[in-house]
Design a protein around this ligand. Structure first.
Ligand SMILES: [Fe+2]
Ligand SMILES: [Fe+2]
Length: 296
């Protein structure tokens, strides 16, 4: 809701509130009781997808840190954003994380090493600037862009994982874990997309310029916060068959491309997105070569 017009909720704001209410009503957090952890071939399954489960579990569990980041970045968030992250998003994501983590532990792996509470300096600076509402709108826009790319990545990655798990004949995991999780992600994407489109239309040219600039500097693939995690993401890309020129990057950046870079005709994907995905694969390959030459 716009703070400058507290009494009149626009049609777009109302649509967002309705969307969040519907998500809450139609998608309760997945209960552990509904999950069947049966795995037919635990050794083969762990060897192929164990690291993917670990990556996804970590990213999902880190929702708790994301909420702290959000409160740092946006000291005065719109009501509907709070409603979304507190009542819908956090409760759903934390269950995704717990279930995937439980699955990997049952396969004999250590639990995910999730970072639940460190807040980077970059965000603290954005938070400090955010006390001026013109800057807070820039931070909010960056938050929505990250949300869109993250949730779209989750939808696509869970689709690929679901196919691979079914192909291995692991029906229980595919049907009672991956399928229910992947059904909850598109609603998150829709929230960020509606929010991003609404806010972008309200930003002044200098704010748009700053958003483009900061986004180019700060983009990273979902859950990759350092070089090691970027290499982990590269491993995930390899297992799920994602490459840096694939449809995957075009899909995660489609709305971002349209909003921020419409004037750069001819490029399907912002160059910083392609570059980040390429770097993830390079780091993953370099690490694998380092490990194999080190043991020779
Ligand atoms: Fe999730
Ligand atoms: Fe999500």
């Amino acid at each position: 809701m716009s703070r400058s017009r507290p009494s009149a909720r626009s049609a777009a704001d109302q649509r967002l509130v309705d969307h969040v209410d519907r998500l809450g009503a139609e998608h309760p957090p997945i209960s552990l009781d509904s999950v069947d952890f049966t795995v037919v071939d635990p050794v083969g399954f762990e060897a192929r997808f164990g690291h993917v489960l670990d990556y996804m579990a970590r990213v999902e569990l880190e929702v708790d840190r994301n909420v702290l980041e959000l409160m740092t970045m946006l000291p005065d968030p719109p009501e509907v954003d709070v409603h979304f992250y507190r009542d819908v998003w956090q409760p759903q994501e934390i269950q995704h994380g717990r279930i995937l983590d439980e699955l990997q532990v049952r396969l004999g792996r250590p639990p995910a090493d999730a970072d639940l509470d460190s807040i980077g300096t970059k965000l603290k600076v954005l938070g400090a600037l955010g006390h001026a509402s013109a800057f807070q709108d820039v931070s909010r826009m960056l938050y929505y862009l990250t949300g869109m790319a993250t949730e779209r990545s989750a939808v696509l990655a869970y689709n690929l994982l679901h196919d691979g798990v079914r192909e291995m004949g692991e029906q229980a995991v595919a049907e009672t874990i991956i399928a229910p999780i992947k059904r909850q992600e598109p609603g998150h994407f829709a929230f960020y997309q509606l929010s991003a489109r609404g806010l972008w239309a309200e930003l002044a040219p200098w704010q748009k310029w700053l958003v483009r600039h900061l986004r180019r500097l700060s983009f990273s693939p979902v859950g990759a916060n350092d070089d090691e995690q970027l290499a982990d993401f590269g491993d995930l890309m390899a297992t799920l068959g994602i490459d840096d020129s694939s449809d995957f990057t075009a899909q995660i950046a489609r709305v971002e491309m349209e909003l921020l870079w419409a004037r750069d005709k001819g490029l399907p994907v912002p160059a910083y997105v392609t570059a980040a995905f390429r770097e993830a694969r390079e780091r993953s390959r370099a690490r694998a070569e380092g490990v194999s030459s080190g043991t020779r």
